[in-house]
Write a protein that binds this ligand. Structure first.
Ligand code: FAD
Ligand code: A2P
Length: 309
């Protein structure tokens, strides 16, 4: 028996790139621990007095337009950032909206010098009190359903993909959670466990909340593979199987583009086909024999939400 899932009708595109609003940074703090090779910051904006106030739901994104122009002299384009605050904002008044930004640092394609991502480094370097151009909100489907506490959740995140799940978990806790939530988080080192105190405290205080960490670059798994989020489905099967078997469980995936394929593969191999839309030509084949190309043709069903970038 499948359960009907309806979603709140959230506002989108109230502020567009041709006419952005100016908001003020009220907090900009490092979210990774000392020694981490990544620089990820928790940044909070005061959106009061703009159309965004009261209109941003956990799971949605805001857009930022960095100062300056690109290599062709054109104004920079908008970049999207998932909101990490709960729907009522950091302040409970829907005026303080936060996000979680990773500084993009690469080698330049041509010069082989250091390339620093335009918007992520612009945002991360701004002091409190700075004004920035914001658009949004965007995203209509990567949100919690109505009657959110009628469902169980498996949240899979890598890196800054944790942002929407901080806000969603806070929303669920505020409503008084009585179902199960598993927050499965993947990062390179334990110094990169974003919002670790919040999730560890919940894990200790609530028997409904499970925080599972997949740290990829420290100890390997028994078979020598890296600890990736999808392997929690194998390594923590005892905990996750009863959740996955319930009709009222939803899966949300957010983070690195490509992470969803590994999750589809293990869900299929374990027989959790309700979460997947499987193409006709694969339906009579044993999931264990599917090639990687075939797995990539799988789409999420209406019980799974994917936002990867
Ligand atoms: P850019 O300068 O735009 O570079 C983008 C990429 O191209 C980088 O990988 C960069 O290394 C490469 N690149 C560009 N030019 C060169 C060059 N000359 N040489 C070498 N490499 C180059 N990000 C977050 O941190 N947190 C979030 O919560 C978040 N949420 C998102 C939600 C959605 C729905 C989407 C679509 C994206 C989200 N992102 C998030 C990603 C974010 O929008 C930006 O893409 C990211 O911050 C990089 O932007 P940038 O301007 O810093 O990098
Ligand atoms: P690794 O980079 O060791 O291969 P961040 O965004 O902070 O770098 O974290 C992303 C995390 O996701 C890292 O631990 C990274 O591991 C891991 N990762 C990389 N590729 C995948 C994948 N295809 N599926 C799941 N996790 C992945």
């Amino acid at each position: 028996m499948s359960i009907e899932i309806t979603y709140p009708d959230v506002a989108i595109n109230l502020v567009r790139a041709k006419d952005p609003v100016e908001v003020t940074i009220v907090e900009n703090r490092i979210a990774t621990e000392a020694g981490s090779p990544s620089f990820i910051r928790h940044i909070t904006f005061d959106v009061s007095g703009t159309p965004l106030e009261g209109n941003i739901t956990a799971g949605q994104s805001i857009g930022i337009i960095p100062e300056g122009t690109d290599e062709n002299g054109k104004p920079h384009k908008v970049r999207l950032y998932s909101v990490s605050s709960p729907s009522r904002g950091e302040d409970g008044q829907s005026t303080l909206v936060s996000t979680t930004v990773k500084r993009v640092i690469d080698e330049h394609w041509d010069t082989k010098d250091i390339y620093t991502g335009v918007c992520s480094n612009y945002l991360c370097s701004l002091p409190v009190g700075s004004k920035v151009k914001m658009t949004g909100p965007s995203g209509k489907r990567f949100i919690l359903p109505e009657a959110a506490n009628d469902f169980n959740y498996l949240f899979f995140a890598t890196g800054t993909g944790i942002a929407p799940f901080r806000g969603m978990t806070m929303d669920l806790m505020e409503q008084g959670v009585h179902n199960e939530i598993a927050m499965i988080f993947g990062c390179p080192f334990r110094t990169d466990l974003l919002y670790r105190d919040y999730f560890e405290t919940l894990n200790q205080q609530s028997t409904h909340f499970h925080y599972l960490k997949s740290i990829s670059r420290e100890a390997p798994r028994g078979d020598g593979s890296k600890h990736y989020v999808q392997y929690q489905l194998i390594d923590n099967r005892e905990l996750l199987e009863p959740m996955l078997r319930k009709d009222n469980t939803l899966i949300y995936v957010c983070g690195l583009k490509g992470m969803e394929t590994g999750i589809y593969q293990i869900l299929a191999q374990q027989g959790y086909l309700d979460y997947l839309k499987i193409p006709e030509e694969l339906q009579d084949k044993d999931p264990a024999s599917w090639s990687w190309e075939e797995i990539k043709s799988i789409k999420p069903s209406d019980r799974m939400h994917v936002e990867v970038y």
